[in-house]
Design a binder for this molecule. Structure first.
Ligand SMILES: O=C(O)CCC(=O)C(=O)O
Ligand SMILES: [Fe+2]
Length: 321
């Protein structure tokens, strides 16, 4: 028995893109378009790339990792005081979810949260799946303000990246990023204990999967363990690179772009002797946002129309029911 292997690749194999032209607050359409084209190319190739100069302050990232680390280090009983709700907010124990096509349940622990809507909005949206009250632990009062700030900062960056994808595709710039007032975006703080080697090569922190929504911004610590499927079918390591986010395209955006952008498989195995932390931000718009393939002249749609919320809920059901 051994860990699942991945080839160690040169760090440049997954592109690192400087997105200061999108996040810097100055408007320079030519620079923005250059970045947009670089991102479009990367998302069309491996479906993954790193971004630097994303604009989320390092202190905020550190605070988000510190507070979620303290949460995961708390006793199971305390964590289960905020057990995940039907609306997919709160704590999920290890060995709960299983990704499609995998044989074993994931080893990771998860804390899910979403936008902090006010009471009247929550009442109005009571029947919308994925929109509900967050489950903040009473024993860690800082978790709510820190993770809320992190959430909103990442949604802002994600929308800038989506705008750039639309520019690269020569469609209306707000096409993918417009619909976020009642978004179903989710933060997922993740904790991967060191995985004993004798669990074998089909045990993962998170098994091979594609992401379900529109766009994912992933921040990983320095431990490593993320693996991405390369174009030639080999698993390759996506090294931690300080100061960057890993960006990947989800199933909704793959459908929305008529498969011009790729929703690629990835997985995590923590073969180190330390715990690993990451935070995935799923930058998904309002539940009812139509996902209808954008076709170029002469192209036919390659997927059936859906909505962002339906697509994500369908995947949740398959992973957790
Ligand atoms: O922890 C990671 O590096 C990846 C997490 C992930 O792929 C996910 O939550 O969808
Ligand atoms: Fe993922």
């Amino acid at each position: 028995m051994n860990f699942a292997k991945a080839k160690r690749i040169p760090i440049e194999s997954i592109p690192v893109i400087d997105i200061a032209a999108l996040t810097g607050g100055r408007t320079d359409p030519a620079a923005e378009l250059t970045v947009a084209e670089q991102m479009g190319e990367a998302a069309n190739g491996v479906g993954f790339f790193y971004v630097r100069n994303h604009g989320v302050p390092e202190e905020l990232i550190k605070a988000a990792f510190d507070i979620s680390g303290r949460f995961f280090a708390s006793p199971l009983e305390a964590k289960n005081s905020v057990r995940v709700t039907e609306k997919k907010r709160g704590y999920i124990e290890p060995y709960t979810g299983i990704m499609k096509g995998n044989t074993r349940r994931d080893f990771r622990e998860t804390f899910l949260w979403g936008r902090e809507f006010d009471r009247p909005t929550l009442d109005e949206l009571a029947s919308v799946p994925l929109v509900g009250p967050n489950q903040w632990p009473e024993f860690l009062p800082d978790m709510k303000p820190v993770l809320n700030d992190y959430f909103e900062a990442c949604v802002e960056v994600g929308r800038k990246i989506l705008r750039a994808f639309a520019l690269a595709m020569e469609i209306e710039p707000g096409y993918f990023s417009g619909n976020f007032d009642r978004c179903i975006a989710r933060g997922s703080a993740l904790y991967y204990p060191p995985q004993p080697e004798n669990l074998g090569e089909d045990q993962f922190g998170i098994g091979a999967h594609t992401d379900w929504g529109v766009l994912t911004l992933l921040c990983q610590d320095e431990v490593g363990g993320l693996q991405v499927l390369s174009g030639d079918g080999e698993w390759v390591t996506a090294h931690p690179i300080p100061g960057t986010f890993v960006v990947n395209v989800g199933d909704c955006l793959q459908k929305w772009t008529n498969r011009r952008l790729l929703s690629n498989q990835h997985r995590v195995v923590n073969s180190s002797d330390r715990y690993r932390q990451s935070i995935a931000m799923f930058v998904d718009p309002d539940f009812d946002t139509p996902i209808i393939p954008v076709v170029r002249p002469g192209e036919t749609p390659r997927d059936e129309p859906t909505t962002c919320g339906e697509q994500v809920m369908d995947s949740f059901r398959k992973a957790y029911d």
